[in-house]
Design a protein around this ligand. Structure first.
Ligand SMILES: Nc1ncnc2c1ncn2[C@@H]1O[C@H](COP(=O)(O)OP(=O)(O)O)[C@@H](O)[C@H]1O
Ligand SMILES: [Mg+2]
Length: 340
């Protein structure tokens, strides 16, 4: 490694994000500079600063910007209202994570797999069914922080940067002992398809191999399990399905999400749960909307059944508006079951 002070830069990069800088920045590394010509379209300007310098000198390692968001888990397993099969999957995961030492050492699993494996989970189901919440609950049951990543944050227009971000994300999560949570993981994995460019495929490969070698806990959440890369199948240890709640579960979710302090008129939650096929996330919206419409009449008024009914009708229309076909389809049990 050269000493930073005497090093002279080979290039000066003008980054459209942070202006004119020397050497490299959070957005553009030196390796990228070699490829930058291809990226001129994006508005990058590159100046050759010192033609005499050798390019083989290794450059100082810039700290890579954090691309994961640190989340202190707020939810516990008790906050979740889940179908039996969903709960089973989560409890299996927790059993292994709590007794990993026992499984791998005393029960000899380490001899069979040759290393202490991490645990990878896939949470698949429509939006608002509690996937994010469940990831938080797992982290809080283990007393770990959670690192949340989504592909939009990982993806970088500069070739090579995404790959570095992925590696950085795994390293940082491992060092922090955090549960690593990839939200909207389908966005990453469906890249390896028609529209993918060669380097995008490479990013997916990097992600898969990181997962394979990761010794910590990684959770992928997706609304679209079936568009996920097939190569993912064997990297997933436990697949957990998050179906839309049925009427009895919806009833329980209403109970959970309507605070006992809320001034309610007589509300027939059984009827609401039976009539409106809503996800947990939508039920939360309904509760908030019912409060709002009651407040519009004044603070002293109770929240009425009518407030809830109207809010539910509205929420149903909203989800019809927002959802596309693939989100409406019933989750494919056989396929998902095959992961585990
Ligand atoms: N199974 C559930 N049990 C209790 N509350 C839920 C459940 N699913 C969703 N919710 C409510 O909806 C909100 C959004 O859920 P979230 O976990 O973000 O869904 P997803 O990640 O599957 O889209 C939660 O914060 C919670 O208030
Ligand atoms: Mg979520």
């Amino acid at each position: 490694m050269g000493t930073g002070k005497t090093d002279r830069d080979e290039w000066i990069v003008k980054c459209p994000k942070c202006g004119r800088i020397r050497e490299s920045c959070r957005h553009v590394s030196r390796e990228d500079v070699r490829r930058i010509v291809r990226l001129l379209d994006a508005g990058v300007e590159v100046y050759q600063a010192d033609e005499e310098r050798e390019s083989s000198e290794p450059h100082l390692h810039e700290p890579v910007r954090p691309v994961a968001q640190l989340v202190t888990p707020r939810y516990t397993m008790d906050d979740l209202v889940l179908a039996e099969s969903t709960k089973e999957g989560l409890l299996d995961a927790l059993a292994e994570l709590r007794h990993k030492g026992l499984m791998y050492r005393r029960w000899g699993l380490k001899k069979v797999v040759k290393k202490t494996k991490g645990l990878s989970l896939l949470f698949a189901g429509p939006p608002g069914t509690g996937k994010t919440m469940a990831a938080e609950a797992i982290a809080s049951e283990l007393g770990r922080p959670m690192h949340v990543v989504n592909y939009a944050q990982l993806e970088n227009m500069w070739v090579g940067e995404t790959e570095k971000n992925i590696e950085q994300v795994f390293r940082a999560a491992f060092e922090a002992g955090a549960v690593l949570f990839f939200d909207e993981a389908d966005a990453v994995f469906q890249r390896r398809g028609v529209m993918a460019t060669p380097w995008m495929n490479r990013d997916v490969n990097v992600l898969l191999s990181q997962m394979e070698n990761y010794a910590g806990v990684v959770i992928l959440a997706t609304n679209l399990a079936r568009v996920m890369d097939r190569a993912l199948d064997r990297r997933i240890d436990i697949a957990v399905e998050f179906p839309l709640p049925d009427a009895p579960l919806r009833r329980k979710i209403f109970e959970r999400l309507v605070p006992s302090e809320a001034p309610l008129a007589k509300i027939d939650f059984d009827a609401l749960a039976a009539k409106y096929q809503l996800s947990g996330g939508s039920i939360l919206n309904v509760v908030r909307q019912a409060m709002r419409s009651s407040l519009r009449r004044g603070k002293r008024h109770r929240i009425t059944m009518e407030d809830f009914t109207r809010a539910a009708e509205r929420e149903l229309k909203k989800s019809a508006l927002l959802s596309t076909d693939h989100l409406q389809e019933a989750p494919r049990r056989e396929r998902i079951g095959g992961y585990a």
